[in-house]
Design a protein around this ligand. Structure first.
Ligand SMILES: COc1ccc(OC)c(-c2cc(C(C)=O)n3cccnc23)c1
Length: 121
């Protein structure tokens, strides 16, 4: 809308926005909404070499950096795995990541991915 040129989203981008929104809704506490920083997580940047969070994934969708659903799933799994590397198993972050990665594995199963590709033609 409006007079400024808004980039039209491709079918894959629209599909990724939907998947991203569905997964982010499960992060009710917002632990995965933004990058983890060394202030709230001491030594984080020394331990986690490839940080990932939902805001960065959204940026990558909108800048058309994902060329497949699988590439998106890799970033999602990276984000959850980072939390299970940095945080001890008894922490709320580790437990939230474990639950989130399970949700993602269901939503992004090979069968679900196949059906999504069929729907975007
Ligand atoms: C307590 O409130 C918040 C708010 C935002 C957070 O990350 C964006 C986090 C957070 C998120 C994480 C993760 C995901 O490892 N974390 C690890 C240690 C300490 N804090 C966090 C916690």
């Amino acid at each position: 809308g409006g007079y400024l040129k808004e980039p039209e989203l491709s079918p894959l981008q629209l599909c990724l926005e939907n998947v991203h929104r569905t997964l982010q809704r499960k992060d009710t506490q917002g632990f995965f909404a933004f990058p983890v920083n060394d202030t709230i997580a001491p030594g984080y940047s020394n331990i986690i070499t490839h940080p990932m969070d939902f805001s960065f994934m959204k940026y990558k969708i909108d800048s058309n950096e994902y060329h497949s659903l699988e590439q998106f799933r890799e970033d999602f799994n990276l984000m959850c795995n980072n939390a299970m590397v940095y945080n001890a198993p008894e922490t709320i972050y580790y437990k939230a990541a474990k639950k989130l990665v399970l949700s993602g594995s269901k939503l992004l199963s090979p069968d679900k991915i196949r059906n999504m590709y069929r729907s975007i033609g």
